[in-house]
Structures are given as structure tokens and as C-alpha cells.
Design a protein around this ligand. Structure first.
Ligand SMILES: CC(C)(COP(=O)(O)OP(=O)(O)OC[C@H]1O[C@@H](n2cnc3c(N)ncnc32)[C@H](O)[C@@H]1OP(=O)(O)O)[C@@H](O)C(=O)NCCC(=O)NCCS
Length: 162
């Protein structure tokens, strides 16, 4: 089941993201909790998608994602976060969530989807995940996140239906 997150789930979704081991508590609050709070406050401006993928039987969140249209380039969408509970990795949950986001972005007339990640060891799986789903690495910015930790930029062009 793919749906919008409920305000009562914010803590569950932040904890799920923290279990990926990618964030300190303050980073999780600054990057993820603030997005969910803004969504529920109605202050997340511009076209955006925040989606939860939940188990069909119990409706418990297995992962979630946040994408938004670029404020400077119409039709370009950034996937700012996609994460699946480590207990559910490797079962196709991330693929289903990304496919669903792509369908919604296409319906919103997206031309290009951009995903940025880091070349850190913790993101090796993510860097393999995107190319096998049609994303192409377009470049790296050395020392972006920290000395010795580059930003890796992927994108995928979406066929525009005429
Ligand atoms: C990247 C991520 C979203 C993928 O989600 P997922 O549900 O594990 O993805 P899927 O199950 O659809 O596919 C995972 C791939 O790993 C493979 N895999 C094999 N064994 C696996 C295992 N034990 N665990 C995980 N993946 C496994 C899958 O077969 C699949 O391979 P493929 O790309 O060749 O098809 C997830 O790993 C994640 O949340 N990572 C931590 C957060 C993160 O890095 N987010 C991205 C920030 S930029």
C-alpha cells in the first residue's frame, strides 16, 4: 500500500530512517522530521510528494520517500529521500516505492528525476540500486559532504507523453 503519511506516524518514520544508520539524531530531525512537520503544517511549498509504503496486512510503514519539483527548473524533480526499514531490505520494497513515485512524477509532467547521494561506504547499496533502475551517474563533486566524501549525482530522463 502506498499512501501519504499520517501525523501520528512521524516518530515511526524518523526512527525507520535512523535505523538505516545514515543519520545522527540531529540530522534526522533537521532533514526528515522537519519535512514531515512541514507536510502536516501545510508549509511544504511547491509541488511535492511524500509517500509511505506500508504492509498490506497491518498498514505498518516499511519505507518512505520525499520528492519535490525544482524551484528553478520546471519539470525537474529531486528525490530528496528514499529509505526502507533495514529489516525489509532486498524484498522489492524500495523498487515499488520508487516506481510509484516515478508514476506520480510523470503524471505531474516531470521530465528529469535527480537523485543525489554520497560516495560514503554506508551508501554503497544505494549507489547500486539507482543504476539498475535506469538512473545514470552524471558526476561527482569531491569533498562535498565532508573532506574525502563526494556528492554523487544520478538522473533519469522521463519520456514525455505527447
Ligand atoms: C536503497 C534502498 C532504498 C533500496 O530498498 P530495498 O527495498 O532494499 O530495494 P529492493 O529490494 O527493491 O532492491 C534492492 C537490491 O538489492 C538486492 N539485494 C539482494 N539481497 C539483498 C539483501 N539481503 N538485502 C538488500 N538487498 C538485497 C536486491 O535484489 C536488489 O538488487 P537489484 O538492484 O539487482 O534488483 C534501501 O537499501 C535503503 O533504504 N537504504 C538505506 C537508505 C538509503 O541509502 N537511501 C538512499 C539515500 S540517497
Amino acid at each position: 500500500v502506498i499512501r501519504t503519511p499520517r501525523p501520528s506516524e512521524t516518530e515511526t518514520l524518523v526512527q525507520l530512517s535512523r535505523r538505516t544508520g545514515l543519520f545522527t539524531p540531529s540530522e534526522a530531525d533537521a532533514l526528515l522530521r522537519s519535512t514531515l512537520d512541514a507536510l502536516h503544517d501545510g508549509t511544504l511549498i511547491g509541488p511535492h510528494l511524500v509517500r509511505v509504503i506500508a504492509g498490506e496486512a497491518d498498514d505498518h510503514p516499511l519505507g518512505w520517500a520525499y520528492a519535490a519539483e525544482s524551484t528553478t527548473a520546471p519539470g525537474v524533480w529531486d528525490v530528496w529521500w528514499i529509505g526502507v526499514d533495514p529489516a525489509a531490505h532486498g524484498r522489492g520494497v524500495g523498487t515499488e516505492l520508487l516506481d510509484s513515485l516515478e508514476r506520480e512524477m510523470r503524471a505531474a509532467k516531470a521530465r528529469v528525476v535527480v537523485i543525489e547521494t554520497s560516495d560514503g561506504a554506508g551508501l554503497a547499496r544505494a549507489r547500486r540500486f539507482y543504476p539498475s533502475r535506469g538512473y545514470v551517474e552524471r558526476g561527482r563533486i569531491p569533498d562535498f559532504y565532508a573532506p574525502g566524501e563526494a556528492k554523487v549525482i544520478f538522473s533519469k530522463s522521463i519520456e514525455v507523453e505527447t
